[in-house]
Design a binder for this molecule. Sequence first.
Ligand code: HEC
Length: 176
Amino acid sequence: MKKVVVLLLCAALVTVVGCNSSTNAEKDVLASTTAHDESEEHEEGEYELAMAMGHLQRFAGKLWFAGSQENWELSAFYAHELEEVMEEVIDHDVVDDGKNISQLMEQMALPSLEYMEEIVKAKNSSEFESAYLGLVNACNSCHAISDHGFIEIIVPSTPSITNQNYAPKKPIALEN
Ligand code: HEC
């Protein structure tokens, strides 16, 4: 904000008193900050796995509330979102402390999600819970194998995001 004000002031004053030197200084600062940011990114050079995991956690939580209320349309949406995140992890060749996370994702987690997708597609409410437990188990198995067993995923008891209705929409009563 301050920078914007300074730049605007410079733009306004430049014709009168000349604000060039300070503008250049600003530019140098901006340039060096950008270069710094980029080099940091390259140094780490890695995909933000924890961000992807946060998405998995959120979508998995929502999937529970959608599926346990037999909202199959919403469940299919979250199962698909989960699949997209998993595929993204698979595509990024993520290796964490020598553990090939992408490969583990494909072998351990994707099959349990594909099973979940079948259950949702079939609107099979009696199998939903066991499919969900299979998915949670896949999360935790990979956490264990990748030395993150202290991150334990469970079946949620209350939605972490409460400003959304997870129940199926009631048919609109048509008045005539
Ligand atoms: C193929 C392995 C693998 C699978 C499958 C997996 N995770 Fe992870 N997860 C990891 C690794 C590795 C980390 C640590 C990431 C890091 O070091 O930044 C992690 C970290 C996390 C974290 C901590 C980050 C945070 O935001 O608090 C959460 C939560 C998480 N995973 C949730 C899940 C959920 C939910 C699932 C299943 C739907 C899942 N994970 C499946 C490997 C996996």
